[in-house]
Design a protein around this ligand. Structure first.
Ligand SMILES: [Zn+2]
Length: 349
């Protein structure tokens, strides 16, 4: 049995449709009445959208039900599925903590509540029966005000026992008007010793070279090899890893065919840029990590040797994997379900 590392998965998009549907049925929500049959709900929830913005709208559906009270319910099922069906040894889970706080509170009260959310997610992710090493990436958001995003960075630095890095999400086309602000926030994050990734170069509208130097990994980044291959040399020099999430580009209308990714992989391999293959939203897509691998292989985007290189890269670029690589002894321990030291060792940038 192989064990994998997953570096890019959103808490909001990680709930598989059947778990979400059952939850709605149990709570007897409006959605339960709208979708009395599971198959209708699955179709609605997993269908492709025309744009990234339209696709991101779906996240709000899940965010609204992932509250302080319900998070343990969803996370337990997520960890169980990741261990049993996906063979994950390591998982970085990302989300915007502010969007899990109580909506009726004031902004400053919500900021205060974020620490509690991080604690709940951290505790719920440590499931004795499914010993995956987990850590959190806190996402700043393009639609949240500066004060909230800065508080997210501050919290990431304070909660290093649970948090291994920061990200920016919310649709990469929306950073343009506040680019200086996000550059400043990343500079600040690096000054606090935080690991950084960011959703960037995902769509043709989201390409900002100004942000690149501050990132240790690039969330998606596929339009670097597709449209700006001249940047690959510096990406390789900075040892930045691309987090490529194949199914996403089809669900958001960014690409029409998964085979368009062949250029992405070929150019990155040639330039010495690492790629970690990730799911982004394994639940929302209903495509788990082993199937992302399999799809790339069967569509001749990569071969088995390249797959192995990407799987190894995922461990190497993990922000909180205990040894920064793929230690055989630790994997054996996981296989035998031994008690392992799950104190996070967050890598220094
Ligand atoms: Zn993402």
């Amino acid at each position: 049995m192989a064990l994998y590392a997953e570096l890019h998965r959103h808490l909001g998009g990680s709930v598989v449709p059947r778990i979400l549907w059952r939850y709605f049925q149990r709570q007897n929500t409006d959605l339960a009445q709208r979708f009395t049959e599971y198959s209708e709900f699955e179709k609605f929830y997993t269908r492709s959208r025309n744009t990234l913005d339209e696709y991101l709208e779906l996240h709000t559906l899940v965010e609204s039900v992932q509250t302080a009270q319900t998070l343990p319910y969803f996370i337990y099922r997520l960890i169980r599925g990741a261990y049993i069906f996906e063979n994950l040894a390591y998982l970085e889970l990302r989300y915007t903590p502010y969007l899990r706080t109580s909506e009726h509170l004031s902004q400053s009260e919500r900021i205060e509540q974020m620490a509690q959310i991080v604690e709940i997610v951290g505790q719920a992710s440590r499931v004795k029966d499914y010993p995956i090493v987990t850590s959190q990436i806190l996402c700043m958001h393009s639609r949240l005000p500066y004060e909230v995003n800065k508080a997210i960075v501050d919290l990431a630095a304070l909660a290093k026992g649970y948090v291994c890095g920061v990200d920016v999400a919310g649709g990469d086309a929306h950073y343009a008007e506040r680019l200086d602000e996000f550059v400043g926030l990343y500079e600040y994050a690096r000054s606090l010793g935080l690991n950084t990734t960011g959703h960037l170069y995902e769509t043709p509208q989201g390409c900002y070279p100004e942000l690149l130097p501050y990132l240790m990994r690039i969330g998606h980044g596929i339009h670097i090899p597709l449209k700006y291959p001249e940047l690959l040399k510096e990406v390789a020099q900075r040892q930045q890893c691309l987090e490529v999430c194949p199914t996403t580009y089809l669900k958001t209308g960014t690409l029409e065919d998964i085979r368009q990714l062949k250029v992405v992989f070929d150019r990155c391999f040639e330039a010495g840029v690492d790629i970690a293959i990730c799911t982004d939203n394994a639940g929302l897509h209903n495509v788990r990590l082993p199937f992302e691998y399999e799809n790339l292989l069967t569509q001749d985007v990569i071969d088995f040797k390249q797959l192995q290189a990407c799987q190894d890269a995922a461990f190497r670029h993990a922000f909180a994997w205990p040894h920064g690589q793929r230690p055989a002894s630790l994997l054996t321990g996981l296989l035998q379900n031994e008690a392992i030291d799950r104190e996070l060792v967050v890598r220094s940038p």
